[in-house]
Design a protein around this ligand. Sequence first.
Ligand SMILES: [Zn+2]
Length: 485
Amino acid sequence: MNEEPKKKLQSEKPKRNKKKKTPSNKEFARVTYLFVIIFLAMMGYLVYFNAVKSKDIINSSYNVRLDSMADRVVRGQILDSAGNVLAKTEVGEDGSEKRVYPYGSLYSHVVGYDTHGKAGLESQENFSLLTSHAFFMERILKEVREEKNIGDNVITTLNTSLQEAAYNALGDYKGAVIVMEASTGKILSMVSKPDFNPNKVAANWEKISNSENSVLLNRATQGAYAPGSVFKLVTALSYMRENADYANYNYNCEGEITYEETTIHCAKGNVHGEIGLKESLAHSCNASFCNIGLTLNIPKYRDTAKDLLFDAKLPSVLPYTKSKFQLTENAKSYEIMMTAMGQGETQVSPYHMALMTCAIANGGILMEPYLVDEIVNYTGTSVEKNMPQKYATLMSSEEASQLKEYMQAVTEYGTASSLSGNGYTVAGKTGTAEYSSDKEKVHSWFVGFTNVDNPELVISVVIESADSSGMKAVSVAKKVFNAYY
Ligand SMILES: [Zn+2]
């Protein structure tokens, strides 16, 4: 920063020389002092602004300071990873400004909106969008002329073709899809439905803010769903931790299990016969997992869940709902059985399940998830670049590779076998979660990752009120993968 003004001062000399009048040394010194004073004042102001006015305060949607920033800076753009514009401000000849979202509802929740409060990246990146890192002299000149400076642009990690694939695959269903990159933590796609058109938020505010479908809720991060059989990954891990000889686990599934007056059936009337832990997961055998659950030490079960970020803060740039694991030591046997197979009181967000799957794909290590790749000034000069970094180790690499092997069985011969033979490999876990007495309607889940030997895409899909086959989420994941590969 110190270099820039010096260069600029030097570049002023030839300009002045062009003028007929030759300035005296005194005059020249005066001009130089003036620049030095302006420079120091600007520097002081910038340091004060960055140090004292923290981003968090300024990012708050209702902070009055925003208005004064917006009075001096034209809000910057939000871009996808390829440079496509997701949000921009159009300035009319009369100086009026209009925020425009060229992709309409495709990015409604993740990019958000900038009226009636703010949401999504429009809220989280408000500070950057209203801060100008345009060239120093340009900024000073505009300040002096009382013209608006141009705010910085936010380049996201979002991939528009993946976003479109996920958006179209979800169709008219309510639910969410998240796609991440396992090795970096980049969020490539985030879709939540029902959606809204961010270009018409002001006009439709009454309708969308009072919608009984909670249109404004970002189901990807804020949804709270029963995890269904996806939770069997947690149960399996807890069993592995308590039983070094878990590879010898054996259970004879007769299609149902009865314990203390509670009977649980396997899905679709299946009878799985003699199975180990791997087949129990591959076929999502309810009886076997109820059996496993009843053997678990509940505090240790809870510790495993905690290690996987249940009841914990999540690394997230967007508002989210914490996942809940409610089993206590006094739990009744039916509560334990229900919990072990992902029913009961347990609740998760699709985002949390994506993070857990990322860790399994990435040898137990969860990379810090991120949505903003880089902040650049309006001419494209870099201001700040985010690099992938480790967030936490959720499980050992041995545990991760064991779960990975089990999840591969799910797609090879288990409940998600429709994902095999498509020219790419997938490891995953399906889930169907009952949420009402109507057994014909379930929430359909799928979590998984592609290119199993060197994981690439991690996906988490939930579809509300899907048919009882539970396969809807698998077909959505398949469409996204097919679009990518
Ligand atoms: Zn079974």
